[in-house]
Write a protein that binds this ligand. Structure first.
Ligand SMILES: *Cc1c(COP(=O)(O)O)cnc(C)c1O
Length: 406
């Protein structure tokens, strides 16, 4: 898909941007790796200049002559923010301690526009819980994507969607939601897609949210969250961060930046593996149904090749023998890691109803198709035949045991 690349102001391609973003000044600085600045405070020898810097940062500016205090600004964090803004094609990026801290900051910053938000399910379980609980001060109304125009109110501050959605991999048409939203900003949680496969800002979204813990970090060793948006929208987000303190630590920022150069390579390999595993799973006798963008089993499957540059690296699949078969499969995988989270170099397998989507009530879980026999696979970059051998032995033992029991 070329159309999402053509509008980017930087003429280099995403693969190249992933390698070089946030490193443009290295030759001038005479360095080859990002410096890590761990200062919590910065000397203020010139008080008048320090006051001006303080005012600028508390007001939400991206930088000032003096960082003053690490809750207001950190150069290592600012560097990875610039890299991620470049990758998403936005003016700005604001990084937080986690994906949930990023989403919380977005809700707090949106509160000034009104007290109501529209949300399309399904979603990451904790996002669903945060919205439904009203903890961050917005009243969430859950709607279908086609209901957005009708349910929008004068006090609607934000429309929040996740695509591909967790865990069913339903796709939501970003352009259609933006068109229905009128002047209400649309936020897209694009964690499952990465900026390699999908760039919501170029489709009209106002905010692109990521749990950078997942593919962006990519190695299962850093928790981080980001919101990418215009500079005007970034100011209130920085104000919230400075006031509430959900900061990304500079060491975590360094690790996040460390993962970016291989982002395109990792996503391409994992996606190729996922395409093959989804095909093999769909033909496996223990498998009732495979949910994978492009397979026709997910909502708006066609968007996998128009809105996205491919189906992505996650597969959900339902086992014929339900919960027992799912639990046994998680116990028997030997190469794959039986664990929540996703987007790491290694393949992870988890049970949404028992783990990530536990916080939803039973009715919502049922409505979203999160059944007891559903497993979610985050495909890594291993050799696909090794992954299949592992999955096949885990599934085969299932059917043996179930047959014996019957
Ligand atoms: C993991 C995840 C989050 C939450 O991010 P954390 O970094 O765990 O706080 C939000 N949305 C999606 C889609 C996720 O996968």
């Amino acid at each position: 898909m070329t159309d999402i690349d053509s509008t980017h102001p930087d003429s280099t391609r995403p693969e190249t941007r992933a390698v070089h973003a946030g490193r443009e000044d290295f030759i001038a600085l005479g360095i080859h790796a990002p410096p890590i600045d761990l200062s919590t405070t910065y000397p203020v020898a010139d008080l008048a200049a320090g006051t001006a810097s303080f005012d600028a940062l508390v007001g939400g500016d991206a930088s000032a002559r003096n960082p003053i205090y690490a809750r207001l600004h950190n150069p290592t964090v600012a560097r990875v923010e610039r890299a991620l803004a470049t990758l998403e094609g936005t003016e700005a990026c604001v990084a937080y301690a986690s994906g949930m801290a990023a989403i919380t900051a977005l809700l707090l910053a949106s509160r000034a526009r009104g007290a109501h938000m529209l949300v399309v399910r399904p979603l990451y379980g904790t996002s669903d819980h945060l919205f439904a609980s009203g903890l961050a001060g917005l009243e969430a109304e859950f709607v279908e994507a086609h209901e957005v125009a009708a349910r929008r109110r004068p006090d609607t501050a934000l429309i929040f969607i996740e695509t591909p959605a967790n865990p069913t991999l339903d796709l939501v048409d970003i352009r259609a939601v933006v068109a229905a939203a009128g002047d209400v900003p649309v936020a897209v949680d694009s964690t499952f897609a990465t900026p390699i496969l999908q760039r919501p800002f170029e489709l009209g979204a106002s905010y692109v949210v990521h749990s950078a813990t997942k593919f962006l970090g990519g190695h299962g060793d850093v928790i981080a969250g980001i919101v990418c948006c215009s500079e005007a929208n970034a100011k209130p987000l920085r104000q919230v961060r400075a006031a509430t303190g959900g900061l990304l630590h500079p060491l975590a920022a360094y690790l996040l930046h460390r993962g970016l150069p291989t982002l395109a390579l990792r996503v391409e390999r994992a996606q190729a593996n996922a395409i093959e595993l989804a095909r093999r799973l769909a033909a496996h006798p223990a498998v009732e149904c495979v949910f994978f963008p492009g397979h026709g089993t997910v909502r708006n499957a066609h968007l996998a090749t128009t809105q996205m540059r491919g189906p992505g690296c996650l597969i959900a699949f339902e086992l014929r023998d339900g919960y027992i078969a799912a639990a046994r499969t998680m116990q028997r995988v030997a190469l794959m890691t039986p664990a929540v989270s996703l987007g790491s170099v290694d393949t992870l397998i988890q049970h949404p109803a028992g783990l990530t989507h536990r916080v939803l009530d039973d009715a919502t879980r049922d409505r979203c198709g999160i059944t007891p026999g559903l497993l979610r696979l985050s495909v890594g970059i291993e050799h696909v035949d090794d992954l299949w051998a592992d999955l096949e032995q885990a599934l085969r033992q299932d059917s043996v045991v179930v047959r014996e029991a019957a």
